[in-house]
Design a protein around this ligand. Sequence first.
Ligand code: DGJ
Length: 738
Amino acid sequence: MAIQINEKQKMFKLDTKKSSYVIGVSADGYVGHMYYGDRIQPDGNEMSDEDAECLSVLLGGDRDHCIPAYIERDKLNFVDTFSWEYGMPGYGDFREPCLDADCGSGKEALEFFYDGYETLKGKPELEGMPATYSDDCQTLVIHMSEPDLKLGVELYYSVFEEEDAITRWVKVKNNSERNCYLDRVFSLCLDFREGERDLITLHGAWGRERKIYRRSIGEGKQSISSVRGVSSHQENPFMAILEPDATEDRGRVYGINFVYSGNFLAQVEKNQFGHIRTVMGIHPHHFSWKLQPGEIFTAPEAVMVFSDTGIGGMTRNFHDLYRGHLIRGSYRDKKRPILINNWEATYFDFDTEKLWSIAEEAAGLGIEMLVMDDGWFGRRNDDSRSLGDWFANEEKLPGGVKRLADGVRERGLKFGIWVEPEMVNPDSDLFREHPDWILQYRDRDVSRGRNQYVLDIGRKEVRDEIYKRIYTVVKEAEIDYVKWDMNRSLTNVASHAAAQDEQGMVYHRFVLGVYEMQNRLVTDFPELLLENCSSGGGRFDPGMLYYSPQIWCSDDTDAIERLEIQRGTAMVYPLSTMGAHVSDCPNHATHRTTPFDTRGQVALGGTFGYELDVTRIAREDREKIKDQVQMYHKYNDLIREGDYYRIASLPEKRYYDCYMVVSKDKEEALVSFVRVVNRICRWNDRIKLKGLDEDAWYKLDDREGVFSGKMLMSAGIEIHGADKDFEGKLISLKRVLR
Ligand code: DGJ
């Protein structure tokens, strides 16, 4: 049973395959956090009074759990040291609070008391928001209430046993007769009694997304955040908190991730007692949610995964959870069509004939879909105009998108388009007609980014109009794929349509608006393949994955740069979600030239596609595309569905990068090795493989003999070949009988 409850002790134990999470209620009715770690007894269906008593003594101790006498005398100290399930301000918990409200008399001290619980079979949806799903998991709801302010809080916990994951979200209800303004509502609070912990986060910049950064958690607060209105290139809404000696393959690791695509805060805080409070939620910056009598606010979902097999175990749990319980739609478990995108091939300089010629050549090479990127609408010949005017540019595309699409299909390819629905250029008919549809503080100056303003997508009439325009193109031209881009951060975040006391809702309404539009799109066109994108990888988060099974990983398509970007992204997100293309050389971003084979090998570790002009590249590269297409068809099932193991990374090894993917049944595996910099006298590097069946025998496709899984994982293999800078090598393994 995933959830065990002891009513007498008011104790709740959530069990996954390898972890337990225990919640207890103090004698005074405070909801406390008791334990999160290795799975502990009792197992089975019941938690007897004796078991609960025992856990209470072990985990709670007399300071934490049942000290009513103390409280009367010294409430402040109790509140300050208690491990809370949801920290509250004002009574002596000086750590970061989770909720902040003004219900008419200024900022209030909040004191929530346990009010009961319920358990649900399966997992309820978070209306209007992305979330993990399952009919089989169990959900616990803890009810709490604030008697003075008449606010109710519900803490939700859904238990995914197989994936060692517990997902959490929070609802706040206004049971009073007056408006309440919620100035923060976090989704997760996790107090650790042990202060010696490391922290892993993912940092970056445009074109350098999600670099892995590990440090030890020091005294005070360390946080990552975004107030850009998107989850951002700079910080990803992910944190891993781990034992200091935890490695890739050993030790306990707690991964947390926010299923949200807007502003966020994730913070760890080590206090005077060496305890760590972790919080995650919508960033309080410019957030003030007006909650009218009877209304409920739902804070987005946060995911916690536990691993006792190091960082790698955490990664594989995230991958399994997201592949099986977050990503939806007809492409969830399917091979994606190999696409060719014209962005780096032509930029804005294309027309129907040009795209047909690319399609013609691509079809002969085995490529399966052509995607027309930016520049097909309005008068868009550069990035200075026409966003919002989602009507075909007849000069470039005579007969419109439909004629172009039909021609592409006649040549044997599927067809996709690029859109950027959340934006408008000042030089556009849309903006001239509706100047008040942008985010703006009254009539004050607005910051432009890439020549564009941000539309007030939180407003229904704005969304409806933009959606109608895009729907029409998709419907008429029978589009198979949409790349949904978003090329600037939000600024001047105020709505012309919102009342003064609702301006603090604009950021979140914007995100909800995007979710609503994307949901409409994938509902209206269930067979459509949606790929999200935000100036490359600026919105690579689980929220987006609920709508699109893949996200463009980075505008940096250089194979060597991509090694690190994709490695960091794969820390949390499955390989099947990472948009990765083979592009031309010298690379447009880095001016580096890498072998065509290596570019193919690196893109194989993502969704795989091309971003070059196939009509102009060298004949031998064109021939190589045919081989790469075969390679994709041969290995994509394994890469999409298998278990991912990091073996060596460029920053650690300095000379090469290596990872492998092993099928769930351990029948086959693929090792990807790229020598980044060659050096002399290097003795052959030995690569210790991972994830194989110790007792099974494997044949490697590049050498004679068969080897046991144990040998390959303990002694390792030497890499034959891949001796030059930037040269790569794939090694395929198959289980054999011996
Ligand atoms: C940014 C994206 O990341 C690129 O791939 C491309 O679609 C451009 N926008 C187009 O403006």
